[in-house]
Design a protein around this ligand. Structure first.
Ligand code: ASP
Length: 316
């Protein structure tokens, strides 16, 4: 009864130089807790969709990650979150963008997928649906985080926006030398051979104008198809959107017969690099092959499977 769960907590300039021992410990524990939560679902014969929700909810509840409780601040000093989930067995998907005060956006994404009759909801409408479905809400204070707030104070009077863990400069993006955090995601194959993918994020610090990244966009930041793979991305969303990253990996497998790893390499290490898009992704296929693929200095990541094997890593 094979299964595999793979997670990420964001990619970017994550190096031993910017992490101290306590931070390494915090991230290790955060990632492990998410793996344990997702593994508990899969071990008991649960679905990959539910495992992805369990793992991501755990990461959303942990303020060190840029999702749920730890979501970054917008230009207006708010927390606006994006999330998506996709079921590879039937290509069902649920997504939301620009939602506030939702404790676990990934749970709302699953509700959208299962009960809204739609795929993608945004802003106040998504919140109205959340209330109707009895989704847990939380006040603004719940999302307040001192280091996130300081991160925002540094750039709020500029037109810059900031990828959560980045130090070099892309046009329009300010360097980030502060504490590193990250968007979260999970992909899984369950004992029934079904794939699922999910991603949840606060987006980019100081984002404006209702900016939405790749994370909730099916095919860009999140994609799952039993025929090919399940993918969750993290990185500079403007590039991942234009490169349609997650679906491109799937297409290379479906139409060109590439292996999971080959397809990830082409998209992340060749195509994205050529465009200047920094970041990475996690991937799994129906046979349980998995990949962590990134072109940045690091990616918070982890894997757990039916054999009891576990991986937790940050750096290149
Ligand atoms: N991809 C996310 C976005 O652009 C950010 C991240 O992965 O850290 O909204």
């Amino acid at each position: 009864m094979a299964y595999t769960l793979v997670i990420h907590g964001g990619a970017g300039n994550i190096t031993p130089a910017i992490m101290n021992k306590e931070q390494e410990q915090e991230y290790t524990e955060g990632l492990q807790a998410a793996l344990v939560a997702g593994n508990a679902v899969l071990k008991n014969g649960g679905t990959s969709v539910d495992a992805v929700v369990a793992a991501i909810s755990e990461l959303e509840d942990n303020p060190i990650f840029n999702a749920g409780r730890g979501a970054v601040f917008t230009k207006k000093g708010l927390n606006e979150m994006d999330a998506a989930i996709m079921d590879g067995s039937n290509l069902a998907a649920g997504a939301l963008a620009g939602v506030r005060n939702i404790k676990n956006p990934i749970k709302l994404a699953r509700e959208v997928m299962l009960h809204s009759g739609h795929v993608f909801l945004s802003g106040p409408g998504a919140q109205e649906f959340a209330l109707k479905q009895g989704i847990d809400m939380a006040p603004d204070e719940y999302f307040f985080n001192k280091s996130r707030y300081d991160q925002w104070l540094e750039i709020r009077d500029s037109d810059f926006y900031q990828l959560d863990h980045k130090e070099d400069n892309l046009k329009g993006v300010v360097p980030n030398t502060g504490h590193k955090f990250g968007t979260v995601g999970a992909v899984a194959v369950d004992i029934h051979g079904n794939l699922a993918a999910g991603t949840s994020t606060g987006g980019m610090t100081n984002k404006r104008f209702g900016r939405i990244g790749d994370s909730p966009v099916v095919g860009s930041g999140t994609y799952a198809n039993n025929k090919t793979c399940a993918i969750s991305c993290t990185g500079h969303g403007e590039f991942f959107l234009r490169a349609v990253v997650a679906y491109d990996v799937s297409c290379l497998m479906e139409y060109r017969g590439l292996s999971l790893q080959e397809a990830c390499n082409v998209v992340v290490r060749e195509k994205l690099v050529a465009m200047g898009g920094e970041g990475g992704l996690i991937a799994v296929d129906a046979k349980g092959n998995y990949d962590f693929c990134f072109n940045s200095n690091g990616m918070y990541r982890g894997m757990m499977n039916h054999l009891g094997e576990q991986v937790v890593a940050f750096y290149k």
